[in-house]
Design a protein around this ligand. Sequence first.
Ligand code: ADP
Length: 243
Amino acid sequence: MGGGKKPDIKLISDDGLRHDGRRLDEIRPVRMRVGVLNNADGSALVEFGRTRVIAAVYGPKEPVQKFALLPDKATLRVRYHMAPFSTEERKSPAPSRREIELTKVIREALEPVILVEEYPRTVIDVFIEVLQADGGTRTAGVTAASLALADAGIPMKGLVGGVAIGKVEGHLVVDVDELEDMYGEADMPVAAAPDLGLVTLLQLNGVLSREEFSKALDLALTAIRTIVDLERKALKESYVSSE
Ligand code: ADP
């Protein structure tokens, strides 16, 4: 989000802890639950601290309107939406420019891992609904969508996970929350499929030096490996918590 006057608190304490007590490289407590909706083919609920996102998947299916179908692969359709009650000030339910942009980057973060060639002339629909927003909703959305796709039995080359790295008071931090996003110097959301060695989403708001950028990417990929391990566990056990 960026901007605004910084509140009169230190976001990193003298002993190197963050405002919520986390170490610089620590992700928030993560919870994942698979198969949370009866009426979708696949679904997942993912929490990173207070950020809570649900994803529902339908398909592959033949849509009612067939004109937009691709002859050689499935069409992946994604909708990222923030519920009106997900933010402190009630958000308009109409799709904002930000939601339209996030829908596009999340679609592009998922498509490379889905075996879309196996289902020509069909659609796969992914609905991502942010229930509670406290930073990192696009990366939590990618993580939830990856789980929901796997839960729907859609063949994938690998799982995708996401996390945002921030620069706060001169320090690189892993898994930024809204306060750190708002008052930090930089914010870099990343999604990746570690088993395939693919980075599928990378954005940077703010300024990092080349060295910081390279370190931030390493921190992101290490955290994403942990997140994808949790996804794998959640798919086996239907529920995991990192606590
Ligand atoms: P991300 O959620 O991927 O970090 P942003 O960097 O755009 O995306 O947003 C950071 C955080 O700011 C969000 O997670 C949310 O907590 C808050 N936020 C974003 N959009 C809105 C909005 N329209 N109203 C209130 N808060 C918002």
